[in-house]
Design a binder for this molecule. Structure first.
Ligand code: NAG
Ligand code: NAG
Ligand code: NAG
Ligand code: NAG
Ligand code: NAG
Ligand code: ZN
Length: 500
């Protein structure tokens, strides 16, 4: 006689005094489905064609996992050629991904373009620093000497005297990116990689802030995003002074207006692109009074350019910079004056649990941040995590950045895996694609979809991530509706062209 007995709503089957403790498969199935419904995209309704494409993606993912090398487990610099050959990657490139909400002004355009196009323009001078780096400056006459740098050389003259120009150009390219064949040897720790990271920025600075280049650079950056099926950008920008050939300079307002003009021009030539908004950033190495001035500047700019200006943030390495709490007097200024200045703080881009810097996450929320840049440490902070979820403060997850800057090595271990499995508000972004040898958004989508999300992530996940990038943008409700409608048309076309 079989005796049935319910154990924790599972079944305990007994036969002739021997009990099989196998839990009820139906119960198991129900629990698995319930858990799956919690993840990002877990409740997304899929059409028949979408379900077919999702099943196809699942098969491709299984093949990728069965291969001898699994790209998300490898350093991106080594994984890149494998990713480029991946059929999942090529689908992600074609997929309308919505918006890039976390990227920086000096890393939008592939560095090849800077060397092959920009450094070949007339009047480009170069000098060599003591730390094996380069600086550039366009000038009608030889520029004034730069401290800690060799005398300026006209690049055209240098090229004329060089036997192998390809080698020279490759070394310049190398100066502008972290990309290298053996990243583990080149960057043994976070200090080493951050130090080179800052050098790449200084090398690009003199090229990008030359007035005519500045506009071309931004246009080219939008072009790269557009080609990768991204339709909108929120750019963190330092709004540096730009300079002319005669050494005269333009101020911050000029720079912001230049972004606005270029974005408008780009939209007029690409009506299915929605443009860009700017998050004004300053370096977290500044002191309180300097940041106070910057916040005042941000409020002024917001009044002058409400269309393009989205808000304010602090940039630079969190571990070595100052904390948000240190800046509290500056950051509370807008609220005290009754002015709304949205914040988009980088916070929790650290491995150092429980330090002053780690506190930035909670402080970002206390200062009413609109989104959280990185939030890498968020899973260590249950209260901050709950606040972020309740208030719909999305986390901007930048997988490749976190790996290259050595917060995590195998992307299957990225903490956003926890956030994705809980359906936490999040978007995927690229941070500094050119510096990392990436471009557009597809590489980061690949790492998030294949590595961080693993087998759980499906087409519904991708769909929700793309929709999130519009939902959590700084666009007005009307523009969000317009963006979503436009995205949906692109999505439907993508599905009909790619569903098996
Ligand atoms: C320049 O050097 C590269 C190797 O670094 C070589 O492949 C190429 O042929 C050289 N070009 C010339 C013109 O010598
Ligand atoms: C930068 O370029 C210079 C000049 O070509 C070269 O000597 C140096 O090795 C390069 N530095 C890096 C980090 O690539
Ligand atoms: C450099 O880029 C500009 C556009 O940004 C383009 O008009 C020009 O033809 C390019 N020059 C070269 C040499 O590629
Ligand atoms: C902040 O920095 C500025 C410029 O470097 C300096 O003049 C000022 O004294 C500093 N203020 C404080 C409070 O340290
Ligand atoms: C944050 O928002 C709350 C509620 O709207 C408001 O009372 C507070 O002043 C804001 N704080 C800052 C620093 O903006
Ligand atoms: Zn960033």
């Amino acid at each position: 006689m079989a005796v049935l007995s319910f154990l924790l709503s599972g079944l305990l089957l007994c036969w002739a005094g021997v009990c099989a403790a196998i839990p009820d498969p139906r119960q198991r199935e129900a629990l698995m489905q319930q858990e799956a419904s919690l993840q990002t995209g877990g409740r997304m309704a899929l059409t028949e064609a979408e379900r077919r494409l999702s099943a196809h993606l699942r098969k491709l993912k299984q093949q990728e996992m069965a291969g001898p090398q699994f790209p998300p487990a490898m350093h991106f610099f080594k994984a890149r050629p494998l990713i480029q050959r991946s059929p999942i990657f090529s689908l992600l490139q074609r997929m309308p991904k919505g918006a890039v909400l976390h990227a920086h002004d000096f890393s939008l355009v592939g560095v090849d373009w800077l060397v092959k196009n920009v450094t070949y323009r007339p009047h480009c001078y170069v000098c060599f620093t003591q730390r094996q780096s380069v600086r550039f400056r366009f000038s009608a006459q030889k520029p004034l000497p730069q401290p800690q740098c060799s005398p300026w050389l006209l690049l055209e003259t240098l090229r004329g005297k060089t036997d192998n120009i390809t080698d020279l150009d490759n070394s310049l390219i190398h100066n502008l990116t972290l990309f290298t064949a053996d990243p583990e040897a080149a960057y043994p720790n976070q200090d080493a990689v951050w130090s080179r990271f800052e050098e790449t920025f200084l090398a690009a600075l003199g090229l990008v802030t030359y007035t005519p280049v500045f506009k071309d650079y931004f246009y080219q950056g939008l072009q790269e995003l557009y080609k990768d099926n991204v339709m909108y950008l929120e750019l963190r920008a330092l709004l540096p002074e730009t300079y002319e050939l005669d050494g005269s300079t333009h101020d911050m307002a000029w720079t912001l207006k230049a972004y606005q003009d270029v974005a408008r021009q780009f939209i007029s030539q690409h009506p299915d692109f929605l443009g860009a908004r700017i998050i004004f950033t300053v370096h977290r190495g500044l002191n309180v009074s300097e940041v106070k001035k910057a916040v005042e500047g941000a409020m002024r700019l917001q009044k002058m350019f409400p269309e393009i200006m989205a808000g304010f943030d602090l940039v630079g390495r969190e571990d070595s910079g100052r904390s948000l709490w240190y800046f509290r007097e500056a950051l509370s200024l807008p609220a005290e004056l009754g002015v709304t200045l949205p914040y988009f703080f980088h916070a929790g881009e650290t491995d150092w649990e429980g330090t002053e810097v780690d506190q930035n996450l909670l402080d970002a929320l206390l200062f009413n941040t609109t989104r959280i840049g990185h939030g890498f440490a968020l899973t260590h902070h249950p209260l901050a995590k709950e606040l972020s979820r309740k208030r719909g403060v999305a986390v901007e997850v930048c997988p490749i950045s976190n790996q290259v800057l050595k917060l995590v090595s195998d992307l299957r271990n990225h903490p956003a895996g926890v956030l994705m499995s809980e359906g936490h508000p999040l978007v995927v972004s690229s941070d500094d694609p050119a510096t990392f040898g990436a471009s557009g958004l597809s590489y980061d989508f690949y790492e998030a979809f294949v590595g961080i999300g693993g087998m759980s992530a499906h087409l519904g996940t991708l769909k929700e991530l793309a929709i999130n990038s519009i939902r959590y943008s700084s666009l007005s409700p009307q523009l969000k509706d317009k963006a979503l409608a436009l995205w949906q048309r692109k999505w439907d076309k993508f599905i009909s062209e790619n569903s098996p």
